[in-house]
Design a protein. Structure first.
Lengths: 288, 426
């Protein structure tokens, strides 16, 4: 039988994994109010970019992965300026359709250029290391993912609530035309925010690909839990996203201990209960 | 002929190609040119099942070359048109493209392969319209039972060739018999069609393993693409499962296997269906894939040859490797065998144009193919012909050129397929 400590540790580690896949979405959806259905596929795009840089070899190193994450910043800026800014609209349907289309284009682009093979990135020293103490043991990679998730949540919270850029961005998402009157270009501000979001998305994708296989079509499976974490955490708060993801992760492991068939159900139930009791989420930072 | 139709073709483009092909074959000075034989070929080329469709392009190229000068039945030369359709790994799409093939393209036969999610909707459409259909690459139970039939009654116009759960369980039990163990098998059963068929108490693996003295400890129906298997691993550890089996999808098996090693769960033998069929999935496990066991439906060392090209199994695999630069995979043989069976059926029927003649030809057919004999005439299961199944292990390759080689170790059921090495513990 799993001990209580073991269940909690596994739940928190799983929560870390969900946090990292939700943070990029938290920024784009929570702060910029853009429903990005290609979120998961963009994570996979980072993996394929890494594979392209390593000439198809799954053996990668930290330097390469950091380069890929940095390279995602200009990609994010360009995509926001050239495409997503054009479709921003009070009606959420336009960005929804455009990012859905982007998702399909990306998937088929991956299929054409990298085949349907399942792929994984490997840093053997990291992926095979184990942290073990007493009854509890887990992978060093899972610990790294958790630490990175907490670090990114802290970093994003700081940028968006304690810097000039963050203030401008929140202003842009609240009322872009008034921001224009202040002499600021909201298009540029959104571009910068997207650049940051893309770096976070790339980090998430790369870490996930170190953990398990990806293929051209594995992006969308990341979307559901990510949206749940952002929504129950409260729009606009990165600590909220972290908390939401943790709750889902722990609920899943607890439910899975009763019966592995209930594992994902446990997460969805927590989502429903919180949504019913507190529709604005746990720590909302954006006016409804 | 419209051979080697690669993915991403539009319908318009395809029509253009086929009409050009028809025009050119009309221009040729044919002796007794008859109406063309139209074959529909339905597989998942994109979407989550696309891995199975990777052999298609090659199979179509080989078949296209074999049919280049048409196909002669009773002295009449019939040009052959192959019309390919992609199911996009979707059940609805599969049904839709099949009705297109039947109603607009008016095909004489539909060929379909890869997973019950592809085979069943396509075969159902054909059955409904009385069109001959030959399917493969799905355990027969997953085709016969969900489509509302049984081994006695079978179907009207749809025929299947592959192996069944009883064959794979037998192969896996033969592997367990070869080593000392406590007889307890952890079963990884996802909540999908394969997982449910595997976990079925009456027709599935628990009953079949029980006959051989092994007790299955089920994982519970976990959801596909699960990120955490710690709870499943705890169950297998508590129940002291020294043996591991199941039918997970590749990313889930990677997550499971990595976590199992981190948590110190080390079964003696792991016989995994589906997840480690393809070399890329084993390579994703790094060095920890060594001696994982899997079922083998076709390999270069199978002692059979193609009735279309005369190539032996090893020639066909070598041809694939040299023309694609990729390691051979098991669907290559079966994708090719579909065209062999179609050819044999039209020969036996004595022509085209009469679906009922083709259907009765299929019912009485025994064809020698690159995957072994396909025999509906003498099969105890209606409309199902079983092909031989053996088992083997992935071994890290010292010499290359590939990271891993799939080595046949267990051939008790089919000694005609030679084993290359002894079975080993993980």
């Amino acid at each position: 039988m799993s001990t209580l400590a073991d269940i909690l540790v596994q739940g928190v580690l799983l929560g870390g994994l969900y946090t990292i896949s939700a943070l990029g979405l938290s920024l784009v959806f929570g702060v910029m109010r853009l429903v990005n259905l290609s979120h998961g596929d963009l994570m996979i795009a980072a993996v394929y970019l890494a594979l392209a840089f390593s000439f198809g070899s799954p053996e990668v190193n930290a330097v390469l992965l950091i380069l890929v994450a940095v390279a995602f910043a200009p990609i994010g800026y360009a995509l926001q300026r050239l495409l997503l800014n054009q479709v921003l609209d009070p009606d959420p349907l336009r960005p929804l359709l455009v990012t859905f289309g982007l998702s399909i284009v990306l998937q088929n682009l991956f299929l054409l250029s990298f085949s349907a093979d399942t792929q994984r990135l490997r840093i053997d020293a990291l992926t095979e290391a184990v942290v073990s103490s007493g009854a509890v043991s887990f992978g060093a990679l899972d610990a790294l993912i958790l630490v990175t998730a907490i670090g990114l949540a802290f970093g994003l919270q700081t940028i968006f609530f304690h810097t000039k850029l963050g203030r401008r961005l929140r202003a842009a998402s609240d009322d872009s035309s008034t921001l224009g009157l202040m002499g600021l270009n909201w298009r540029h501000v959104f571009g910068l925010a997207s650049a940051i979001a893309f770096v976070v998305i790339a980090i998430a994708g790369l870490l996930l690909a170190l953990r398990s296989n990806v293929d051209p079509f594995s992006g969308p499976s990341r979307l559901l839990v990510a949206f749940e974490a952002v929504i129950i955490g409260g729009l606009g708060s990165f600590w909220g996203t972290l908390l939401g993801a943790m709750l889902i992760g722990i609920a899943q492991v607890v439910a899975g201990t009763i019966d592995p068939g209930w594992q994902s159900l446990g997460g969805h139930l927590v989502f429903l209960v919180i949504l019913a009791l507190r529709p604005q989420g746990l720590m909302p930072r954006v006016a409804q | 002929m419209s051979n080697a139709l690669s993915g991403g073709l539009t319908r318009r483009h395809l029509l253009k190609l086929t009409s050009a092909a028809v025009a050119s074959s009309l221009a040729a000075p044919a002796i007794a040119q008859a109406r063309p034989i139209r074959l529909g070929y339905v597989t998942p080329r994109t979407g989550p099942l696309a891995l199975f469709g990777e052999a298609d392009e090659f199979a179509l190229k080989v078949a296209g070359e074999a049919f280049a000068n048409g196909f002669t039945i009773n002295g009449t030369n019939h040009p052959v048109e192959i019309i390919t359709k992609d199911t996009q790994s979707s059940v609805n799409r599969a049904a839709e493209v099949t009705s297109e093939l039947i109603l607009s393209d008016e095909v004489d036969m539909v060929l379909v392969s890869s997973a019950p999610e592809t085979v069943n909707p396509v075969a159902d459409q054909c059955e409904l319209n009385g069109v001959p259909c030959v399917s493969t690459v799905a355990p027969w139970q997953a085709v016969t039972f969900p489509r509302g039939s049984n081994p006695q009654d079978g179907f009207e116009s749809t025929f299947h060739f592959f192996w069944g759960l009883e064959d794979i369980i037998r192969t896996f039990a033969d592997m367990y018999d070869a080593v000392e163990n406590n007889g307890r098998v952890g079963g990884l059963f996802p909540n999908d069609e394969d997982g449910r068929a595997w976990a079925d108490e009456i027709n599935g693996s628990p009953a079949l393993f029980a006959k051989r003295g092994y007790k299955v400890v089920p994982s519970g129906f976990y959801r596909n693409l699960t990120d955490d298997f710690s709870t499943v691993i705890s169950i297998f550890e508590d129940q002291e499962c020294q043996l591991l089996t199941g039918a997970p999808i590749p990313p889930d098996f990677t997550t499971f296997w990595t976590q199992a090693r981190q948590r110190g769960y080390r079964p003696k033998v792991a016989t995994i269906a589906k997840a480690i069929l393809f070399p890329a999935a084993v390579e994703a496990l790094g060095d920890t894939g060594h001696n994982l066991s899997s079922e083998i439906w076709w390999s270069p060392s199978h002692p059979y040859a193609s009735s279309l090209t005369g190539q032996s199994a090893s020639d066909l695999a070598a041809d694939y490797e040299s023309s694609t630069g990729r390691q051979w995979t098991q669907p290559i043989g079966f994708a090719h065998a579909l065209f062999e069976v179609a050819t044999a059926a039209f020969s036996a029927a004595g022509g085209t144009g009469d679906p009922s003649a083709v259907i009765s030809a299929l019912r009485g057919l025994r064809a020698e193919t690159v995957v072994g004999p396909v025999d509906w005439a003498n099969s105890p299961i209606a409309n199902v012909a079983k092909t031989p199944l053996v088992g083997g292990q992935w071994r890290l390759s010292d010499v290359g050129p590939h990271a891993y080689d799939l080595v046949i170790t267990t051939n008790n059921a089919h000694p005609e397929i030679a084993a290359a090495a002894e079975f080993e513990l993980l």
